[in-house]
Design a binder for this molecule. Structure first.
Ligand SMILES: [Zn+2]
Length: 217
């Protein structure tokens, strides 16, 4: 069993890597939002508490979040290990996570951060566009259609770009990411748990690097 925290800014491919770990290793990705919704829906003891708090318009406390994670860790599908996504966010939550895992005879094995070069990420994201008809993906710099303005796959001449694929949005998201991870990264750095992987590399290269960390290579 391997328990990790996976960190990475939007565009670093965190979702892809997490699904590969689920598929290849049977690990389970746990995001607090999903867990909270599932617990409320399933009507678990902590889920019912959370529901009452949310219906009263209040924020769900750390204690309730811990309770929900604990309930989730006790389900049998987490036997191969879990990937924490978006949790912990604070020193207090990091301490709770240690307790939750220790209570179950487990520990946090690695904190893996997919690193990106911000300027390169801006170029990667702002340059992408897709065929409006068949959705084939292209890029201004890295993958132009073979005939200018004509989709390689379906011959369409209509392309589209996502409105949020712009520089300002990318830089704002990077700043948000740094602000969110700043409280916890130093805690895990001190413990030697933080491993960095180049999130700008090819998807398969990133996967291999993560596997090497998990296998202790
Ligand atoms: Zn097309």
């Amino acid at each position: 069993m391997t328990n990790i925290i996976l960190l990475g800014p939007p565009g670093a491919g965190k979702g892809t890597q997490a699904s590969r770990l689920e598929h290849d290793r049977g690990m389970i990705q746990l995001s607090t939002g999903d867990m909270l919704r599932a617990a409320v829906k399933a009507g678990t003891p902590v889920g019912l508490q959370a529901k009452a708090v949310m219906e009263a318009g209040q924020l769900v406390s750390d204690e309730i979040v811990s309770g929900i994670i604990g309930e989730r860790l006790d389900q049998p599908d987490t036997g191969k290990g879990v990937i924490f996504d978006g949790y912990p966010r604070t020193a207090a939550q990091a301490a709770s996570l240690d307790t939750l895992l220790a209570d179950r005879g487990q520990a946090l094995d690695h904190v893996i951060e997919l690193e990106v070069d911000e300027d390169a990420l801006v170029e990667r994201i702002t340059g992408r566009f897709t065929c409006a008809k068949c959705n084939e993906g292209y890029h201004d710099r890295f993958k132009q259609p073979k005939a200018a303005g004509v989709c390689d796959v379906c011959g369409s001449t209509e392309f589209k770009r996502r409105p949020d694929d712009n520089e300002e949005t990318v830089r704002t998201r990077m700043a948000e990411y740094r602000a969110k991870t700043a409280p916890i990264l130093p805690i895990y750095e001190v413990r030697g748990l933080v491993k960095r992987v180049d999130g700008m590399a090819d998807i398969d290269v990133v996967t291999s690097a993560i596997e090497a960390i998990l296998d202790g290579r």
